[in-house]
Write a protein that binds this ligand. Structure first.
Ligand SMILES: Nc1nc2c(ncn2[C@@H]2O[C@H](COP(=O)(O)OP(=O)(O)OP(=O)(O)O)[C@@H](O)[C@H]2O)c(=O)[nH]1
Length: 538
């Protein structure tokens, strides 16, 4: 991993962590505030939860440079622990004093807005239109292909067989050969002599296995037949030449041996694989949530539990049910191996470095491949943040090439924090799920919904102007606000959302588009929430 890449990842992790930290600190303060406003003392169970949450922050904030916050949380946790151990529950006014100490600690955190520019650099972009050469000796057929691809935004040049030198000189990203007019016997020698040829696509006249087999033996990455369907060729070209650079694989290492875990981390790093080490088993769930790995590398002997138990705990959460696990086993852990479910892997200790990399790559790529485009958020079932980022890049490139309007909306539930504090986190989850369902039902089939952050969703509306998108989201807002949400036995509550809408097709980049909707959402919140702001609301 290059230094710049390493720093980029570390910065991204820091941003993720700080986002969580903000949420966690706010949640603790809301809880303490609520307890201190009561007439009677808080219960031991409530204090235990606060103590654990504080301790978590005390343990981790220092690693990210927030030493003072870590210290404050550690001290407050220690104080709460003393009350609990002594069996003397504090009076509400005593808790009020804790609140102001936590407030001082929270002020040491950077404002989230200051972190987002760094966050935005995580996404790499390639918005260049592809250069596609069309080779054929039949001008009408060639032109039909050229017009179809030009309409999709590719730069197309047409060549006949006698003109292939000019084709080579143009240095296209891909060549589409129309075999209906140029049989393979005429082009294969020329193609084979090309030292580093671009991607090859063939438009053939036989729609069978033998024709496709022959095509791939010539190195073709796409084979198409009549009738001409430009969208199929577009998808193939997009995959070959416009696809964004994939994110490195992410591996969560769970091993209490600090040096060994660091060794695995460095070995994976050398192979371009990103990893995150957890030495304390109890921290694994938090790491899953923050780091979102593609695979877990788990020691079979951990303090408190076995490796297989650890995998089962992780998989209790639906979001991680299919997470592949590679176990690192001491020689006599054969019984554990026998109980491991299929799809997971076992590596005996001492672990060979090459075997480690090979096993991780094969397992993680398989799972990532099958998850592509269908990576779903565990809570809501809509696209994950990572899948959404990939989709945004593709939709942006498509919109730029074709010039068709495409819109973005950022939709954020109002006052999720207060809702959590007053009705419980599960009620907040319920409302977040309800909005996801509502959006999925109300938007068109071709629209995409992704989870952007806690109660925020990003919606991509292809073939839709920002004005139409704003009308659509406004309609959805009115419907959503008119539905009361039934929260368990706590009765019905009204929930609203605010939103910002902007065009993606006329944005300078995906980041610029996201920035525009983010700012409009921010202003919608400032203006009193429960509203949708778009182009005309500057
Ligand atoms: N229940 C639940 N709450 C979450 C989740 N993720 C984030 N949150 C909470 O969402 C809140 C952050 O939302 P924000 O949008 O910043 O703030 P808000 O409280 O909704 O207030 P406004 O957006 O300003 O109206 C924090 O209190 C988080 O704890 C989640 O998955 N479930």
């Amino acid at each position: 991993m290059q230094e710049s890449e390493r720093s980029r990842r570390l910065e991204a992790l820091r941003v993720q962590y700080v986002e969580r930290l903000h949420d966690d600190v706010q949640a603790i303060m809301a809880q303490v505030e609520e307890m201190s406003a009561r007439d009677n003392a808080a219960s031991a169970v409530e204090l235990e939860a606060v103590c654990e949450a504080l301790q978590r922050i005390a343990d981790s904030a220092g690693s990210f440079g927030y030493d003072a916050l870590s210290e404050t949380c550690g001290e407050v946790a220690c104080q709460v622990r003393q009350w609990l151990d002594g069996g003397v529950l504090p009076a509400p006014y005593t808790l009020a004093a804790l609140q102001s100490r936590l407030q001082t600690g929270a002020e040491q955190l950077p404002h989230l807005d200051d972190l987002f520019p760094a966050h935005a650099t995580m996404v790499q972009r390639d918005t260049a239109s592809g250069r596609v050469a069309l080779l054929g000796d039949e001008p009408l057929g060639r032109r039909a292909l050229g017009e179809a691809l030009s309409a999709l935004g590719y730069v197309c040049h047409e060549y006949a067989m006698h003109d292939v030198e000019a084709l080579v000189a143009w240095q296209p990203d891909a060549v589409l050969i129309d075999e209906r007019s140029v049989p393979r016997s005429r082009w294969s020698a020329w193609w084979n002599a090309w030292q580093s040829p671009p991607h090859l696509l063939i438009f053939g006249d036989e729609d069978d296995f033998a024709a496709r087999l022959a095509a791939i033996r010539h190195g073709a990455a796409g084979y198409f037949v009549s009738p001409l369907d430009a969208s199929l060729i577009d998808r193939c070209l997009e995959r070959l030449i416009l696809r964004p650079t994939p994110e490195p694989l992410r591996v969560l290492i769970v091993d209490d041996d600090v040096e060994l875990a660091e060794h695995y981390h460095l070995v994976l790093d050398g192979a371009g694989i990103d990893s995150w080490v957890v030495n304390v088993p109890a921290e694994t769930l938090g790491a899953l949530r923050d780091y979102r790995p593609d695979l877990a590398l788990v020691d079979t002997r951990l303090p408190m539990c076995t490796g297989r138990e650890m995998a089962r705990v992780m998989r209790l959460d639906d979001a991680w049910r299919d997470l592949p696990v590679v176990y690192l086993a001491a020689g006599d852990d054969v019984r554990e191996q026998a109980l491991t479910r299929s799809g997971d892997a076992f590596l005996g200790k001492p672990v060979d470095d090459d075997a480690l990399v090979a096993t991780v790559l094969s397992h993680a790529h398989r799972v990532r491949g099958s998850r592509r485009w269908v990576a779903r958020d565990g809570l809501t079932g809509v696209l994950t943040y990572a899948a959404l980022q990939e989709l945004l890049e593709v939709e942006f490139a498509r919109a730029q090439r074709s010039g068709t309007p495409t819109s973005l909306a950022l939709i954020d539930i109002d006052h999720v924090g207060a809702l959590n504090a007053h009705h419980g986190h599960a009620s907040g989850d319920y409302v977040i799920r309800r909005l996801a369902e509502h959006l999925t039902q109300q938007l068109r089939f071709i629209d995409h919904v992704g989870r952007y952050a806690g109660g925020a969703f990003c919606v991509v509306l292809p073939h839709c102007s920002p004005e139409d998108a704003q009308r659509a989201i406004e309609r959805i807002r009115l419907q959503f606000q008119s539905q009361t949400q039934t929260i368990n036995d706590r009765g019905d509550i009204g929930v609203t959302f605010s939103a910002g809408v902007a065009g993606l097709h006329d944005a300078a980049s995906v980041e610029a588009g996201l920035d525009a909707i983010d700012q409009r959402l921010y202003r919608a919140k400032l203006a009193g929430r429960n509203r949708v702001l778009g182009n005309g609301d500057e």
